[in-house]
Design a protein around this ligand. Structure first.
Ligand code: ATP
Ligand code: MG
Ligand code: FE
Length: 345
């Protein structure tokens, strides 16, 4: 089985071809990603109108490149998948419409994939992970702890009541004069900073519902920065290290509480899976590795390039759905909002 997948929900234009072998294991035959970061950098964040136009300009080229790299033709595909949301609606419409047109022309099944389900199932492409598993999805737009019971079958255990974790990294970076996207920059600065210099809050610590709140932490960084301004390079590094240490404590604490909720809802998870752009952070990975070992759980984190937005995850989610006969017709809508736990297989 081979699927072409398209991703255009945010600021990455991407096309990929993924297959599965006789044992059901996934293989990435092509994974083309064009980041628009340079086009949005001057604005310190993603500008929806610029994003949509950039997707229009490059998507057909990326599809051609992905098929060429895979050495395959549209007619070799068993289905065409696109992320139908959630995301910036202008961009979503570009990828969704392109995939529908390709499916129609080639006479192939079409699959409308939830972008979050793409992140949620990536671990089953890169590792063999059985259901049910505990998922921490942490990206620029989302922060959720999820019980993944099957394809299309999700229980959201906790989420953020304000900023996403990636967003908190991005806003902290911006405040400190670091470039966008802020996650990798803050991580780099934190490496040479003192994580104990600033005593920052750990919001929600020990609350018995595994929700997150990050805006207070971000504000605390701003107040400290204003208090000691002008900032030296050491100040910036220390603020980044202190911020990251607080985030790590919160993530581990929230994951611990989510594991308890998971037991009540679905028994024992087969693994702890971390996905989304924030999963690229080495400090967060290491802390979760320690937590997982304590809890007797296997930690599975897809490689960083498959944690940030890409089309291989969309193609793979499409493949998982197609093999369960979960296809969509060409009226499938583009959705700005599409909560994972609202889907049913
Ligand atoms: P979503 O998937 O929710 O629609 P998105 O497309 O912005 O949002 P991703 O591409 O999965 O999300 O992740 C990007 C986010 O991950 C950004 O906020 C970025 O700062 C953050 N990020 C990337 N690398 C790191 C890192 N090393 N440490 C912390 N955060 C990181
Ligand atoms: Mg992105
Ligand atoms: Fe994403």
């Amino acid at each position: 089985m081979r699927i072409l997948g398209l991703e255009t929900t945010c600021d990455e234009t991407a096309a990929a071809v993924v297959s599965c072998d006789g044992e059901g294991r996934g293989h990435i035959l092509a994974n083309e990603v064009l980041s628009q970061i340079a086009e949005h950098a001057a604005y310190g964040g993603v500008v929806p109108e610029i994003a949509a136009r950039a997707h229009v300009e490059s998507l057909d080229l990326l599809v051609a490149r992905a098929l060429a790299r895979a050495g395959l033709d549209l007619s070799d595909m068993d289905g065409i998948a696109a992320a139908a949301g959630p995301g910036l609606i202008g961009g979503v419409i570009v990828g969704l419409t392109a995939a529908k047109a390709l499916a129609l022309v080639a006479g192939k099944p079409f699959i409308a994939v939830n972008h979050l389900e793409g992140h949620a199932l990536t671990a089953r492409l890169t590792d063999s992970v059985a259901f049910p598993y505990l998922l921490l999805l942490a990206s620029g737009g989302h922060t959720q702890l999820v019980c993944v019971r099957g394809v299309g079958d999700y229980i959201r255990l906790g989420t953020t009541i304000d900023d996403a974790i990636g967003e908190a990294f991005d806003k902290t970076a911006k405040m400190l004069g670091l470039p966008y996207p802020g996650g990798p920059e803050v991580e780099k600065e934190a490496l040479r900073g003192d994580p104990e210099r600033f005593n920052l809050p750990r919001p929600m610590l020990r609350r018995d519902v595994p929700d997150f709140s990050l805006s207070g932490l971000k504000t605390a960084v701003r107040l400290e920065a204003e208090r000691i301004a002008p900032l030296s390079a050491t100040d910036v590094a220390d603020l980044c290290a202190s911020f990251q240490a607080a985030v790590v404590d919160v993530i581990v604490d929230r994951s611990r509480v989510a594991l308890r909720a998971f037991h009540a809802a679905a028994g024992n998870p087969t693994a702890l899976v971390v996905a989304g752009g924030v999963a690229a952070n080495q400090m967060i990975r290491a802390a979760l590795q320690r937590f997982a070992a304590e809890a007797g759980l296997r930690l599975v984190t897809p490689p960083p390039a498959l944690c940030t937005d890409n089309a291989a995850m969309i193609a793979w989610a499409g493949l998982e759905r197609l093999r369960l006969d979960l296809t969509d017709d060409l009226t499938a809508p583009a959705r700005a909002r599409w909560p994972l736990d609202s889907m049913r297989a």
